[in-house]
Design a binder for this molecule. Structure first.
Ligand SMILES: *[C@@H]1O[C@H](CO)[C@@H](O)[C@H](O)[C@H]1NC(C)=O
Ligand SMILES: *[C@@H]1O[C@H](CO)[C@@H](O)[C@H](O)[C@H]1NC(C)=O
Ligand SMILES: *[C@@H]1O[C@H](CO)[C@@H](O)[C@H](O)[C@H]1NC(C)=O
Length: 303
């Protein structure tokens, strides 16, 4: 028998036997929701991250959400399918998936962050245990300085629409990014006319169901990218925003009305030690696998 053949059999045995022992742990399933300009499955993005998680936690069930029938639709829907519809679409998928019926942890990327939060608040079948968001826009954005890899004509177009007409019905209904446009100079307009974010943030009125479902989380961890050039203001990634009436001074979550009045249960979560604030150097979603493994997988996903 030559050396190659020996290695083939021996190595196979090692692989099989280690898989059998590592199998003993049954990990909580994980649901991933990608960001704008991305899809479920690109190997250089969330698709690659999914297989890294599967390798790190053998046997874990990971779902990377695809919004639509195929990758092209998934990409387009990130711009043009209203978040309310996206959340319903995902709620239906989760309802139909028995492997998620016992609960799951969720990791959101960029706008996928606030969509996952809407999911836990609105979808009773989504038994989310931990919610981890990376570069999310929990308090919206006021400005889109760098549209994450879009060509500059499209980017300029989207920016113009947002600057001048974000709260017009047509734009709210047809451009995803308008639904989390938050103009601090026009807080009342935002509260009244945002068709998504001001609702899930309990801005105009308090939906007790939203509060109760969010308080039910075991953990809500938010990652902020210190050198983010896409999200304005960056503090939105930690649920902070501009002080109302101006667009310079930034207020952190704990000083804001949403927290002080505990409109969404965030104060309660915080007092129970269930709110984590994580920061990492780098631009929007520019993290390395070793960082993700240590700070997200090992910390939140490995039980
Ligand atoms: C390992 O997991 C697979 C699939 O989840 C299962 O079919 C198999 O029986 C498990 N093996 C052990 C030793 O638990
Ligand atoms: C609160 O949210 C739940 C879940 O989405 C919804 O069914 C209910 O109608 C909402 N209540 C109010 C008063 O809007
Ligand atoms: C990123 O931002 C932090 C905090 O503002 C700063 O200390 C650091 O030097 C920046 N890093 C880079 C690479 O720009």
């Amino acid at each position: 028998m030559n050396k190659g053949a020996f290695c083939f059999i021996a190595c196979l045995w090692v692989t099989v036997s280690s898989a059998a022992t590592e199998n003993d742990t049954v990990y909580t399933p994980v649901v991933l929701w990608h960001g704008m300009g991305d899809t479920c499955c690109y190997p250089f993005s969330i698709g690659g991250l999914k297989s890294n998680i599967e390798k790190a936690l053998p046997g874990i069930y990971v779902v990377s959400l695809k919004i639509g029938k195929n990758i092209v639709q998934d990409l387009e829907n990130g711009y043009f399918m209203h978040p309310n519809k996206q959340v319903e679409f995902v709620c239906d998928q989760i309802k139909a998936n028995s492997l998620l019926a016992e609960g799951f942890n969720a990791v959101g990327f960029s706008q996928g962050s606030q969509f996952l939060r809407a999911l836990v608040q609105r979808c009773p079948e989504a038994k989310m245990k931990k919610l981890i968001t990376l570069g999310g826009q929990h308090q919206g954005v006021y400005g889109l300085p760098d549209c994450a890899g879009l060509n500059s004509n499209t980017c300029d177009y989207i920016r113009r629409m947002l600057n001048h007409a974000a709260y017009y019905g047509f734009v709210q209904n047809n451009l995803v990014q308008a639904t989390y446009w938050h103009d601090p100079l026009n807080e009342d307009m935002y509260k009244k006319y945002s068709t998504f974010l001001s609702d899930i943030n309990n801005e105009l009125s308090i939906n007790d169901t939203y509060r109760e479902r969010l308080i039910n989380l075991d953990k809500f961890a938010m990652v902020k990218f210190l050198n983010d050039t896409v999200v304005q203001p960056v503090e939105s990634e930690w649920f902070g925003f501009y002080e109302p009436g101006q667009a310079k001074i930034v207020m952190d979550l704990r000083s804001s009305a949403i927290y002080e009045q505990d409109r969404l249960g965030l104060k309660q979560l915080d007092e129970q030690g269930k709110l984590d604030f994580i920061e990492v150097e780098g631009d929007h979603l520019q993290f390395s696998w070793p960082w993700f493994k240590k700070n997200i997988v090992d910390t939140y996903l490995s039980d």
